[in-house]
Design a protein around this ligand. Sequence first.
Ligand SMILES: Cc1cc2nc3c(=O)[nH]c(=O)nc-3n(C[C@H](O)[C@H](O)[C@H](O)COP(=O)(O)OP(=O)(O)OC[C@H]3O[C@@H](n4cnc5c(N)ncnc54)[C@H](O)[C@@H]3O)c2cc1C
Ligand code: SF4
Length: 518
Amino acid sequence: MRLDHQRTYSDDEIADVVVVGTGAGGAPLLASLAAHGLRVVALEAGDNTEPRDHTPDEMLAAQQINWMDDRLSGGADATAFGPNNSGRGVGGSMLHWGAFAPRPDARDLRLRGESGVGRDWPIAHAELTRWIEQVERFVGISGPERYPWDPSRRYEMPPVARNASSTAMLRGAEALGITATDGPVAVATRDRDQEHWGLRHACVNAGTCHQGCRTGAKVTMDTSYLPLAVARGAEIRAGAMVVDIETDARGRVSAVVYRRDGELRRQRTAALVLAAGGVETPRLLLHTGLANGSGQVGRNFLAHGATQVWGRYDEDMRAYRGYPSSIITEDLLRPSDADFAGGYLIQSLGVQPQTLATTLARGGGLRGAELMRWMRDYRHLAGVGINAECLPGDDNRLTLSDEIAADGLPRVRVDFSAGENEKRLRAHAIRTMVALVEAAGARETIVLDRTAHTIGTARMGSDPGDSVVDAEGRSWEVPNLWICDNSVFPSALAANPALTIMALSLRTADALRRSAGR
Ligand SMILES: Cc1cc2nc3c(=O)[nH]c(=O)nc-3n(C[C@H](O)[C@H](O)[C@H](O)COP(=O)(O)OP(=O)(O)OC[C@H]3O[C@@H](n4cnc5c(N)ncnc54)[C@H](O)[C@@H]3O)c2cc1C
Ligand code: SF4
């Protein structure tokens, strides 16, 4: 995005708010605060890009837009980091996200009340939905004319084009009596003018969304909220890695220390928002010791169950073509025969070759000749995958290791093991997906285990004793420190997270603005 004409602030000026990170959590908040006249500076570790800079080459793209620094993983179901996980760059992880944009289900926000396990959200579903609708209106979402699980809902644009995985999923679902439809997708299916950015061209179905969208069709923060923020006077400082947070005698944040072009610098500020994502936000908090009186920073690490089932078909599928995940079913959010709490969404899948090979090896345990056999049939494969609820477990947490990374901070270690609820849910989902893929006509199926997203490591709540921030995202202990990214989720929700993160971002901005008297 263009940053050459933006307003700039000197390190010695006291910004009203410094925001660390420019992803789904940081960007809407930046735009909202700037609109209310607050002097905001975003410090972003990654580089600034234009859509035309993105490449469909999976290896090059990963170096350009993913967070590739080593992170340590432990537990029985160790989380895979690297291209599979968080992003780095002006726009954050949405540079590479899949743009699948379901709304959270009301039942998921009160899972504990319903089932006695997990956590309830300290926010009413109706209120969250109002913020979600605001996001949807601003960025533009495509979807079906009638959404079967919420007929009152309207999407601005017609659905993205279906690919072969999509038609296979629809076929299989129909045979099993499962309702499936075009999903809500944050992709422009018509040319769309985006305020302060320009023309976002309609999707051309290239299928390389995870490598960055070259047309601007896919919603990203650098083509939506960030240009709006800059137009309203925010500064986005790219290549600025925050390594420390300073506090004054009263324990309030007074400045952040960041490294840029090899030099350590210090930006003074009246308030700080951490929006560095579910790994880097708790890393900074644990490193500085801030906001952790409850001992909850880094705890409650949640990862969505994201198991996939792929089928081998006689006909050509070429699932790598077209927008990857266009079909959804919400029928399994509360299966009638469930022996677990919560539920899951199923979506159709398409992936580029390196991602598929990695998932076959990592999630399917394939090596050598068997791996090559599946890869040789790449064009005959089509898959479906879940996004599933995950409950907090005592041992699932992020801690600092004693290894020091190149950025000078301790490396994180993330331990994750699926609990009994996740295992039961997974078994149910595998039965459903295998039946669906077989009903669609696959000759052979394979189950690929994986988890997705990094959630919950600085959760919000109503009790300062067991949460890090309050329901508005404000730290219980440091009054001018706020958190606004996927680390504040009290529970995982079955919906993919980005839409909810953007909604919380606007909501936290509103609370911060009010607390600043604007
Ligand atoms: C392959 C993939 C596909 C996905 N697809 C979907 C999807 O289809 N639908 C969906 O809803 N979700 C999807 N997600 C998840 C979604 O993209 C993320 O949950 C969401 O974007 C996270 O937003 P965030 O603001 O919490 O963090 P991020 O977007 O990761 O933003 C954090 C930003 O902070 C910066 N940063 C970190 N540390 C520092 C520091 N110390 N100093 C300065 N800057 C720092 C980072 O560079 C980054 O830009 C996908 C994720 C992946 C990996
Ligand atoms: S499929 Fe559409 S949204 Fe995805 S990268 Fe291509 S043009 Fe962009």
